[in-house]
Design a protein around this ligand. Structure first.
Ligand SMILES: Cc1cc2nc3c(=O)[nH]c(=O)nc-3n(C[C@H](O)[C@H](O)[C@H](O)COP(=O)(O)OP(=O)(O)OC[C@H]3O[C@@H](n4cnc5c(N)ncnc54)[C@H](O)[C@@H]3O)c2cc1C
Length: 432
């Protein structure tokens, strides 16, 4: 699973030090000794360079894990050259459990819904802890069809949603345009889904960094170079500058790079791959507001396109889905396709200023669902593979990992997402 050197992205530049918690600061929880390598369950304090929990990767998934671990009383450290970066800097932030339902993904639906239900309280708690507005908008979503094929596909999705007990309403083209007057006259029908909301993932990431700092998480702004394994147990990492960090439990949350950490035994490496997505950002001037009042999405000639309107006037248009390794080049073709498809849906977008083009990497797994909790290596837990739903799954992931760090097991909601589902079956015993 390890990539060849040519496939591995260049090392990220180390950003200037921000207001991070100094190692061994007075805020780090003092506590009696808790020898490295003991089992999960008892939070305690440690000397500098050691912690109860060490999280590798400071995207939204690593950050929420570290925040929740620190809240449970674990001394917690996080290693990442650029915490708060990662895919959240590109993601649209749709919280789309209902419109992202796909055939064969009903198990994932349960986890998506569990996270969607947590969102209002999660946002209130994170906003309360940081004083930061997360751009959470309970605006709903309209999924529309542009031709007869799209309409048949959308009807199928509607039937699947209803069989799954989800709330969505079929609308005629005229009813769609009454809700969203900027839609193209050719829209043939659509699904109104009032429970699929949105959040601004950049604000979410920034708030999680602040929440971690305030909860006493120690940031090591370094790449983890290698996992250290002692007597068959994960005991920490060595960072790119050669520093050894030890911990009672290590959580691997390195997004699309989670399958590349040296030192992780081959059979434990998560089967995670990068899935490239290109996204555009446009600005809706005040005279054109409200351009759209909710997320609008469609499948145009087989490609998914969505427009996510933020309250601050930003309009996010996404996203391509490309299997190109760790390439994050924004291409003329990608931008062209997104603009072409979005224009078919909402012709007026060509009048809006284009403010940003960017590509990011979704951490894809073989079944499009995350890998959560204890791995096959004692002391190593996984929180990765969230693919196209990582923003949606942030609240439930934090709770699941806090549970796993405390008890060593998974709560019911997360049992289907154990990393063990990808382990090779034990070889059959041969008759003597
Ligand atoms: C175009 C696009 C659109 C999306 N839209 C949505 C959406 O609308 N809704 C939704 O729910 N989700 C969406 N997603 C998915 C979501 O953004 C991701 O699933 C989520 O951000 C993944 O978070 P992560 O923390 O697991 O990984 P990442 O964000 O990739 O973060 C991983 C972190 O690990 C660090 N790292 C890597 N290797 C190491 C190492 N060796 N040592 C230390 N640190 C390391 C990196 O620096 C990075 O900060 C979208 C993604 C993309 C790309």
């Amino acid at each position: 699973m390890s990539p060849t050197p040519a496939e591995v992205p260049p090392a990220q530049p180390v950003p200037p030090e921000g207001p991070v918690q100094p190692e061994g600061s007075p805020e780090a929880r003092p506590a009696p000794g808790f020898p490295t390598g003991t089992s999960p369950g008892t939070p305690t304090g440690r000397s500098p360079g050691t912690s109860d929990v060490l999280v590798v990767g400071g995207g939204i998934i690593g950050l929420v894990t570290a925040w929740r671990a620190a809240q449970r009383g674990f001394t917690t450290a996080l290693a990442d050259p650029a915490p708060g970066g990662g895919a959240a800097q590109v993601a649209a932030g749709m919280l789309a459990a209902v419109t992202e339902l796909h055939h064969g993904e009903q198990t994932l639906l349960g986890l998506n819904l569990a996270s969607a239900r947590r969102y209002p309280d999660f946002v209130a708690e994170l906003t309360g802890a940081t004083g930061q507005d997360l751009g959470y908008r309970r605006c709903g979503t309209l999924a529309v069809a542009l031709d007869a094929d799209d309409r048949a596909q959308l009807r199928e999705l509607h039937a699947l949603q209803r069989r799954s007990g989800l709330a969505s309403e079929w609308l005629s083209g005229r009813e769609c345009r009454r809700l969203e007057p900027m839609l193209a006259p050719g829209v043939r029908g659509g699904l109104r889904v009032d429970d699929d909301h949105q959040i601004d993932p950049r604000r979410l990431a920034a708030a999680l960094v602040t929440a971690c700092e305030r909860a006493g998480v120690t940031f090591h702004r370094q790449r983890a170079e290698r996992l250290t394994v002692t007597a068959g147990r994960a005991t920490g990492v060595v960072t790119a500058d050669g520093t050894g960090l030890s911990a009672g439990q290590v959580v691997l949350a390195a997004g699309s790079l989670s399958g590349c950490l040296a030192g992780v035994p081959e059979d434990v490496l998560p089967p995670v791959r990068p899935v490239k997505g290109q996204v555009l950002r446009l600005a809706v001037p005040e005279r054109a507001a409200p351009f759209l009042s909710r997320t609008v999405r469609a499948v145009v000639r087989g490609s998914h396109v969505y427009l996510v309107p933020r309250e601050n006037g930003e309009l996010v248009v996404g996203a391509t889905s490309e299997e190109l390794g760790w390439d994050t080049t924004v291409t003329a073709g990608g931008v062209y396709e997104l603009l072409r498809d979005a224009h078919e849906l909402v012709p007026g977008i060509t009048e809006l200023p284009l403010t940003e083009t960017r590509a990011g990497l979704r951490p894809g797994s073989p079944d499009n669902a995350p890998l959560l909790g204890p791995s096959g290596l004692p002391g190593l837990l996984l929180a990765t593979g969230h693919h196209r739903n990582g923003v949606l799954l942030t609240p439930v992931t934090g709770d699941v990992l806090a549970h796993a760090l405390t008890t060593g097991g998974l709560p019911d909601v997360a049992r289907p997402f154990t990393p063990a589902r990808f382990s090779a079956p034990a070889p059959m015993e041969q008759p003597a």
